[in-house]
Design a protein around this ligand. Sequence first.
Ligand code: GLP
Length: 241
Amino acid sequence: MQIIIRDHPSEVAELAAALVRAQILRKPECVLGLATGSTPVPLYGALARMSEDGLLDMSLVTSYNLDEYVGLAADHPQSYHTFMREHLFDRAGVRPDQAHLPDGAAGNPDAECIRYEAEIKAAGGIDLQILGIGLNGHIGFNEPSESFSKQTCAVELTQSTLQANRRFFGSDEEVPRRALTMGIGTIFGAREILLIAVGAGKADIIRRTVRGDITPQVPASVLQLHPNTRLLLDREAASAL
Ligand code: GLP
């Protein structure tokens, strides 16, 4: 794991955008793995601005998002489909037919997971995977558990994740309890991984991810074994290292 620390979250976003841009310049038809959450929003803003300014061409990029809530259709205001369209795809010119997320409204979630996993493989796998990290160490929606999930799967969200997601929904009842997520194995298969974390709230889980045991109780700890992972942190997120 390579650890890069910047003073301010805005510098983290700028560097992350430069790394994504470098990947796209190296291979314009690359496959990106994308994340949601508040952390990558400034990164997507920077990529959108670069595209609007003619400094970046994402028209040949294919993307696969990590996850989606079970039960939310693509046009639901809180779906990750909507999030990605608003923060990145529409502004940066990522073609809709090349921007993929699991279908949270699929009638058969298990079949949808098998289909999504096969699609990623058929695309040649992921060149660069962007990750955030949950307060409990989840990546995608792979929650702490007894084993590392191998492939895209349907998962129950933990209480801590439900609480973290509550702010996006009108009431407790509206917060989705399940999600479809790339597996730890899917994520680990990416040729390059860039995990971004900012803020003091992430300091403890970053310490456990980097310095703790490799355990499915801290899903992100598996990244210690990945041959090409960068952690890009601000001072606060790195403060317990
Ligand atoms: C959600 C997403 C994760 C993301 C996490 C952290 O759970 N499924 O991919 O890493 O939120 O969100 P934030 O960046 O807002 O802390």
